[in-house]
Design a protein. Structure first.
Length: 95
């Protein structure tokens, strides 16, 4: 019985964290940048949304983007500005 309860609680925690991850990436922000480094864009998104980003700034150095969207989900913004160069994941409420 204890194993069943432990398994049930574990599954609940995994589902809860997965739902929380979806909420974070589905948060909507409006942003318009022109010739800005990706680091600056992530900082702007963080200020507007309260979502925290952790990244290696050396990987994003000198990578500039042009982007303008109103009321757009964070995952769509990230997919657009990171294109095929980099990927992201949500871990513990951080991207």
């Amino acid at each position: 019985m204890r194993k069943f309860i432990f398994l049930l609680l574990s599954l609940f925690c995994v589902e809860f964290l997965s739902a929380q991850d979806n909420i974070i990436t589905q948060t909507k922000v409006s942003i318009s940048v022109s010739d800005k480094e990706i680091c600056d864009v992530l900082d702007a998104i963080s200020l507007k949304s309260g979502v925290n980003f952790t990244y290696n700034s050396e990987l994003l150095k000198n990578q500039k983007v042009f982007f303008s969207q109103q009321n757009c989900e964070i995952d769509k913004i990230l997919n657009s500005i990171l294109s095929d160069k980099l990927t992201y994941s949500v871990i513990g409420g951080n991207i």
